[in-house]
Design a binder for this molecule. Structure first.
Ligand code: GLY
Ligand code: MN
Ligand code: MN
Length: 454
């Protein structure tokens, strides 16, 4: 993990400034048991990690707003696992409070065993509590217990917080605009995922003639490429969907045999130091698009390119979706998949038979990242420099009476990760091959450009 002390201290300082008076409680995620004494790979809570850079389980961040009247500055406190040589022999290194405090820049640090003892004291006389009530029943019960202890001290002149505010809302606003440090990580995450998609195309081309080729064998190429470049995990369960499977939006069985005449849709991205990439590419298993496959592919690609053009500061969140939808619907009419004028099809929504999802989402620590899409008046969010989002139109044609047979079972999605810049946008995933000509050339000969940008 990359520790950047100043970056994380700055994030905590910003949140403390927004909080004013009060105390914030931000626990990390619990470890999850897979079966008996085996655990799922551990993933920290994104809010906790955003404010700490600390990746160990059993940790809690406490932020206490300063009190100018008492000349008390704000402070950040970490509770974490104690050093434990015996446990470290089994499970590996842990910082312990002393090293965590200096290396991660907290004002104070204590062992997690001290949490129940110290929290009622820390909560007492704080005007507001910032906490994500309802996110986790276990933590809700624990925090309620501390509040009850504080309430029982009323006769001693100690007061409990008057209000409980959702700390996530404040952090979400901060998380929405990525810092240069985050953008650098997201570029690197995007480059690794792009390289994996390019690798998968070559893998299919190289292995098709030799053996039965299964979706999971292609998925393995992604895992190989992710891990060898230092990504810690896939950012979500990869979708490797051949032929008709691509028309199931969340298909992830990934256990069917690939057929030569089919398209293969792959939605896969990695997580690097917490940051997700999210790429979808669709390509012909044989290395050559058939005419109907190419028609629909170029339609989706044109919709995607037009939508990316619309990712500009000042445009609202929904503009890229509207732009993509207009291109797609006109194409569906031209190919006789929808009937009526552009306005009629948009109005009736009959296009939803073929395009039933939206064109993107915020991207960051979470693949579907934190942040509102509308403001509190109900208007779409306005795109700003530092926003990162996906642009991912698609077209999914299931067999149906109203559909020409040559389009049946074609499922296509093309997804890139885009950063809004001061002057327009930067496609973070631009190294993933996507034009018809580039895909066919890459599958025939191998692309000249398969290196990772440094
Ligand atoms: N891979 C998840 C998504 O595209 O939204
Ligand atoms: Mn996505
Ligand atoms: Mn995706």
């Amino acid at each position: 993990m990359t520790v950047n002390l100043k970056e994380f201290q700055h994030r905590r300082a910003l949140l403390l400034r927004q909080m004013g008076a009060g105390i914030a409680i931000i626990p990390t995620a619990a470890e999850a048991i897979r079966n008996r004494d085996s655990h799922y790979p551990y993933r920290f809570d994104s809010y906790f990690y955003y404010l700490t850079g600390f990746a160990e389980p059993e940790s809690v961040l406490i932020l206490i707003g300063g009190d100018v009247t008492k000349n008390e500055p704000p402070k950040s406190i970490l509770f974490c696992r104690d050093k434990d040589i015996e446990r470290e022999i089994w499970d590996g290194f842990r910082y312990g409070p002393e090293a965590a405090q200096t290396q991660f820049g907290f004002d104070e640090a204590y062992t997690i065993q001290q949490l129940d003892v110290l929290m009622p004291e820390l909560i007492g006389n704080q005007a507001q509590l910032f906490y994500s009530l309802g996110a986790d029943q276990h933590w809700d019960a624990r925090v309620t217990g501390w509040l009850n202890i504080v309430k029982n001290k009323a006769r001693m002149g100690i007061s409990a917080p008057q209000s409980i505010l959702d700390v996530r809302q404040l952090i979400d606003t901060q998380r929405l605009i990525k810092t240069p440090f985050e953008i650098d990580l997201m570029r690197r995450s995007a480059n690794i995922a792009a390289s994996a998609h390019n690798r998968a195309m070559r893998f299919v081309a190289d292995n098709l003639a030799k053996a039965t080729l299964m979706e999971y064998a292609v998925e393995a190429e992604f895992l190989h490429e992710f891990y060898r470049h230092g990504a810690q995990a896939p950012a979500y369960t990869s979708i490797v969907a051949g032929g008709a499977n691509a028309c199931t939006l969340h298909y992830n069985a990934n256990n069917a045999e690939l057929k030569k005449g089919d398209l293969l849709l792959i939605d896969a991205g990695c997580e690097l130091d917490g940051y997700a990439s999210d790429i979808t590419r669709t390509f012909p298993v044989s290395g050559k698009f058939s005419a109907p496959q190419r028609d629909l592919y170029e339609l989706v690609l044109n919709a995607q390119l037009a939508a990316i053009e619309a990712v500009n500061p000042g445009n609202h969140w929904n503009t890229p979706h509207e732009v993509a939808l207009n291109v797609l619907v006109q194409g569906l009419i031209d190919f006789k998949l929808c009937k009526g004028s552009l306005e009629e099809v948009l109005e009736s929504g009959s296009y939803r038979q073929f395009y039933m999802h939206r064109t993107g989402h915020w991207l960051g620590l979470d693949v579907h990242d934190a942040g509102e899409y509308k403001d509190n008046k109900g208007d779409w969010a306005i795109l700003e420099a530092g926003h990162t989002l996906t642009v991912e139109p698609g077209c999914y044609v299931r067999p149906a009476e109203n559909v020409p047979e040559h389009f049946w079972n074609i499922g296509i999605r093309i997804e890139d990760d885009v950063l809004v810049t001061a002057s327009g946008n930067e496609v973070l995933t631009k190294n993933a091959i996507k034009t018809v000509a580039d895909i066919e050339a890459h599958m025939a000969h191998g692309a000249p450009e398969m290196r990772l940008a440094s």
